[in-house]
Ligand binder design. Structure first.
Ligand code: SF4
Length: 312
């Protein structure tokens, strides 16, 4: 029997100056589950992820319901029950403080332990992500990009949060470092039992790590369900086109989304009806006027008017 969700997101909408960039997104994450958020750049993935943690930009208007164990997420949860791993590790680390001191501060601020104990815990946390403990007194600029991102993962998981949100944590890294960072993230998530929302363009990461996948387009979920089902038999023309844009057997570096013809609409220029209609291989007159509501289809939830998708 599925457990109650750890995170429940209902009709999340994020707007800037009255223009919605996230347009009614709903999903749930169970304890220990990994949910991948995928889609082309500008789909609203990162904004959704940040809004889930109550980290949307100050000028954003956010509505809808986001509940972690039944309660809204507040800044007091940051670094405790929820943690954020950004794309750019330098934005999460102070350049003027030693990595170990930053880790120890994170431990002390939540656990209230003595300095010596916090330092020992910081050293352990570094070693858990594959960084020798004797690098504790290094500054962030003395680490490689992959080490910095692993240090951020150590910082995010050192207080054993219930939920980690990772926003394209490997985008800036080369393939070797990317694998190391994803392995460190997966190992720490396994060890702590945390749930993970992984925003990514990397299909290999989705295939390898995500229990469920949510595909976003123009601020909405177009398909949401078990990863193996979505990757093997997508039901939305958008998901199918996105997957088809990745050549079979391609190298990890090339198996990154997207390479679809055309461009997604900007938030202020979303057409009526289905936003994907101008690029879709199967549009009907209905698609151009009626917004497709999410509905259950083959074990997933699909927002599309088509009942059967034969080909893309
Ligand atoms: S609703 Fe219509 S336009 Fe949109 S993805 Fe489905 S078939 Fe294509």
């Amino acid at each position: 029997m599925p457990s109650d969700p750890l995170l429940s997101v209902r009709d999340l909408r994020v707007a800037f100056g009255g223009v919605e960039a996230v347009r009614g997104v709903s999903f749930a994450v169970r304890p220990g589950e990994v949910l991948a958020l995928v889609g082309e750049s500008g789909a609203g993935k990162s904004l959704t992820a940040r809004s889930v943690l109550n980290m949307a930009p100050h000028d954003a208007s956010v509505t809808g319901s986001v509940l972690l164990r039944g309660a809204p997420v507040t800044p007091a949860d940051w670094g405790r029950s929820v943690a954020f791993v950004p794309q750019d590790a330098l934005s999460a680390l102070s350049p003027v403080h030693r990595v170990g001191a930053q880790l120890a501060l994170a431990v002390r601020s939540v656990q209230g332990v003595p300095k010596r104990e916090a330092r020992a815990r910081a050293e352990e946390a570094l070693e858990q992500v594959g960084i020798p403990g004797d690098r504790l007194d290094a500054f962030p600029h003395e680490f490689s990009g992959g080490m910095r991102q692993r240090a951020v993962i150590a910082m995010a998981t050192v207080n054993e949060p219930d939920l980690i949100v990772a926003d394209e944590p490997t985008t800036a890294l080369d393939p070797g470092m990317r694998a190391q960072v994803l392995t460190a993230l997966a190992e720490r998530r396994d060890a702590t039992g945390a749930s993970l929302v992984l925003v990514t363009h990397d299909l290999d990461a989705v295939r390898e790590h995500a229990d469920r996948t949510a595909v976003m387009y123009a601020g909405r979920l177009v398909e949401y369900g078990p990863t193996d089902r979505i990757l093997a038999r997508p039901r939305s023309p958008y998901t199918a086109a996105l997957l088809a844009s990745v050549p079979a057997g391609d190298t990890p570096r090339k198996s990154r989304l997207p390479a679809l013809p055309g461009r997604p609409p900007a938030p202020g220029g979303i057409p009526p009806g289905c936003a994907f209609a101008p690029r879709c291989a199967h549009p009907t007159a209905r698609c151009r006027t009626e917004l497709p509501a999410p509905r259950p289809l083959d074990g997933s939830e699909v927002a599309c008017h088509l009942d059967v998708l034969e080909s893309v």
